[in-house]
Design a protein around this ligand. Structure first.
Ligand code: GLN
Length: 492
């Protein structure tokens, strides 16, 4: 078998080593993944591929290698969720509103990964403006779960998770506002991490809910995530005022640290009634595995877990309604072809450009922010958000990391919840708390549930504990093989 045929089974760490050693060129690697992406179009992972743009970037990476440059991702092809703006590719946010839109600049995260040597394979499918949990809100096409193509891959970073699980990219970027990295990672059997809010710059990430939006990597294992995250993070004071003044770190530095004595908090509220028995069994087995690795389990309580749903679905739409006001047909993106006066132009443009879920959120957001309701909804939600963050601090007095399920069930069937927005919202219950608190969280494969669908384990850390989370995930992955399992058929 030629070396090339196996390229897609390499991790980022392995592929980077081959590139650095000259055993494979960046152009070869990019060509290989472009061919795979083309052969698996039915999965709907990519929204845009531009072979010439990718190969030009790959040739530039090869020139850097030839010049003796050392960079951690030099020549490694990756793909970006289509929420990040890119100069070389269109940026749609999964919306008609931004069909064919081209940004004059690269998002900071994209630029940092390019600086580290990454080559862009294309732009990945997602729910429109990252609003959703199934990728079915993409204005272009649904993405399909490679483990069972009749099922959703999760969302909103659905295309991102599909690309990694089906080996159409070695690693990708995603964004997580209320779970959009962790949940699709869980549903597709891959690894993903959302860092502490403010760690990665939001500059050039098309805004959904600014106080929650965070970028992060999705890859096959924790080691790859650590490598990408190290390149993505760091202050961006001139461009994102909420980016934290915390220097970039090497998140790989403590991957192999022992877990002896690690206190894992197990929140009672994450194991209640709504949790599927199949998911529970996989998560319980993972917790037992951690005990074997030297960790101890500490029962804890996050008493406001349930409230995270109403709180999030007030705050996120409120911020979205404000952020999306910029799409008015004047500044950029779609403009209705026919209209009367200016008001009519706004109305028609927005009616045509936005999908149903986006409109729903804009309406909810405008409502909860309006005079007379602001105190009753938005202000109350902000107060409870603070309490949710305080609950975590209380819990971290007793434990070092928190573990639990990512979602109550495995990936559901396409269409199963598409007429029921509330059913979608409820499924976010375990990812929303960490988002509201701004804490880092990750998902790693920990078993299989109904229909032999992947189950993810969620790890939540205190602020800036990303290295600790990745360490805990890596040690687990050294002792287990779930992250090595790959979907048959779709990923062949
Ligand atoms: N599912 C959640 C929502 O629909 C989270 C989305 C996200 O994290 N971008 O808002």
């Amino acid at each position: 078998m030629s070396e090339n045929l196996d390229l897609h089974d390499l991790t980022v760490v392995q592929l980077a080593a081959k590139l650095a050693a000259g055993q494979v060129s960046a152009v070869q690697a990019a060509t290989h993944f472009l061919a795979r992406a083309a052969a698996h179009e039915e999965l709907g992972a990519y929204l845009c591929i531009d072979r010439e743009a990718t190969l030009a970037q790959a040739a530039a990476a090869d020139a850097r290698i030839a010049a003796g440059e050392k960079a951690p991702l030099l020549g490694v092809p990756i793909a970006h969720k289509d929420i990040f703006v890119t100069r070389d590719f269109p940026s749609t946010a999964g919306s008609r509103m931004l069909q064919d839109y081209r940004s004059p600049f690269d998002a900071t995260v994209v630029a940092r990964l390019a600086q580290a040597g990454a080559v862009t394979l294309g732009k990945l499918n997602c729910d429109e403006f990252a609003m959703g949990s199934s990728n079915e809100n993409s204005a272009y096409r649904p993405a399909r779960n490679p483990w069972d193509t009749s099922r959703i891959p999760g969302g909103s970073s659905g295309g991102s998770a599909v690309a990694v699980a089906a080996r159409l990219a070695p690693a990708v970027t995603g964004t997580d506002t209320g779970g959009s990295i962790r949940q699709p990672a869980s549903f597709c059997g891959i690894t993903g991490i959302k860092p502490t809010y403010g760690r990665a710059s939001r500059y050039g990430m098309i805004a959904f809910a600014s106080s929650l939006d965070q970028a992060g990597p999705m890859a096959r294992d924790a080691q790859d995530c650590a490598l990408l995250l190290s390149a993505m993070c760091g202050p961006d004071p001139d461009r994102d005022s909420t980016s934290l003044d915390v220097p970039a770190e090497d998140f790989s530095r403590s991957l192999n640290d022992s877990l002896q004595g690690l206190r894992i908090g197990v929140p009672r509220e994450f194991f209640g009634e709504g949790l599927g028995a199949d998911v529970r069994a996989a998560v319980d087995a993972a917790l037992a595995q951690y005990q074997k690795l030297g960790a101890s389990l500490v029962p804890i309580s996050l008493p406001r877990t349930e409230l995270s749903i109403p709180v999030y679905y007030i705050i996120a739409p409120a911020e979205a309604s404000s952020n999306l006001s910029r799409f008015d047909g004047v500044k950029f993106g779609h403009r209705a072809a026919q209209y009367g006066d200016l008001q009519d132009m706004y109305k028609k443009t927005r009616a045509e450009g936005f999908g149903d879920e986006v409109k729903r959120r804009i309406m909810i957001g405008a409502y909860v922010l309006s005079h007379g309701y602001y105190d009753a909804y938005y202000l109350q939600a902000q107060k409870i958000r603070r309490m949710i963050a305080d609950d975590f601090q209380q819990a971290f007095g007793q434990c070092d990391v928190i573990a639990g399920p990512v979602a109550p069930t495995v990936a559901w069937k396409l269409g199963e919840k598409s007429d029921d927005p509330v059913a979608n919202y409820l499924a976010d219950i375990f990812t929303l708390p960490a988002s509201l608190a701004g804490l880092p969280g990750m998902s790693l494969p920990c078993g299989f549930g109904d229909g032999h669908m992947p189950v993810g384990l969620q790890l939540i850390g205190n602020y800036f504990a990303e290295a600790r989370l990745l360490n805990a995930a890596h040690r687990f992955q050294q002792a287990t093989e779930f992250h090595l399992c790959k979907p048959q058929g779709a990923a062949a």
